[in-house]
Design a protein around this ligand. Structure first.
Ligand SMILES: [Zn+2]
Ligand SMILES: [Zn+2]
Length: 248
């Protein structure tokens, strides 16, 4: 074990050789694992003044809704929660994580949201990662929604069940399609695995994805669960780390 004085000397030498870099832009930062001021200012949390059902931002006087769309056609989930707006450093951090396997930015975003995660999730809640198309799983060997579930479970005591929600077929890459085509393709993309689904009294089911863009994936995944008698009317909720702003 290094003495305190020696440790601080080592730290100072390390900082001189490798100055602390921002986890988002790699520019200078005050300490290791931190965000620089410019990046921290550009990170937007998802607005809390929003429809309590679908998460769509609402004017303060109309929050928490429900919004007109939810009144006309209630979605298959009771809540849709997102932590951040998919934009700026958040978008770069998620792309770095998904395409280059660099998770420093996403870890920072999860740590920064620790209090919010604690409000949303309770021990006993079950986290279901949105399953990826098999072809993509085979190609990359990575499952970002499952990694996100593990990160939430570690921080909140909720548990992940990665085998419940399955792909019904290989619907291909969502990001390659337009909005209406995504809705059509996602419609039959999921099924509930034929296993025993152990749920404690009062615990909620969360379908978890990294980015919510059109909402098609979370909508149809939740509807698959909502239609299943096996789940016995459990509260179904949807969660994403980030969400594209309306109209984007
Ligand atoms: Zn930065
Ligand atoms: Zn709504």
């Amino acid at each position: 074990m290094l003495s305190t004085a020696l440790q601080s000397l080592v730290d100072r030498c390390l900082d001189a050789l490798l100055p602390p870099a921002c986890v988002f832009c790699q520019g200078p930062a005050r300490q290791r694992g931190a965000a620089c001021d410019a990046c921290a200012r550009r990170i937007r949390v998802w607005p809390r003044k929003s429809c309590a059902r679908c998460g769509e931002p609402l004017p303060a006087e109309l929050a928490p809704g429900p919004c007109g769309a939810c009144l006309r056609k209630p979605p298959p989930f009771s809540r849709m929660e997102s932590l951040y707006v998919y934009d700026g450093p958040v978008r770069e951090a998620i792309l770095n994580w998904k395409l280059a396997g660099k998770d420093a930015g996403v870890n920072w975003l999860m740590d920064a949201a620790a209090a919010r995660l604690g409000e949303l999730f309770a021990p006993g809640d079950v986290l279901l990662p949105v399953p990826m198309p098999l072809s993509r799983m085979r190609r990359t060997g990575l499952h970002h929604a499952a990694n996100l579930c593990r990160a939430i479970a570690r921080r909140t005591g909720a548990r992940m069940e990665s085998g419940w929600l399955r792909r019904a077929g290989d619907a291909g890459r969502q990001s390659a399609r337009g909005r209406s085509e995504r809705w059509r393709h996602a419609r039959r993309a999921f099924r509930l695995a034929d296993t025993t689904h152990r749920l404690d009294e009062g615990s909620r089911l969360w379908v978890v994805d990294d980015i919510r863009t059109t909402g098609a994936t979370l909508h149809w995944a939740c509807r698959t669960l909502a239609r299943s008698a096996a789940l016995n009317g459990a509260g179904i909720r949807a969660f994403s780390l980030a969400r594209t702003p309306a109209g984007a």
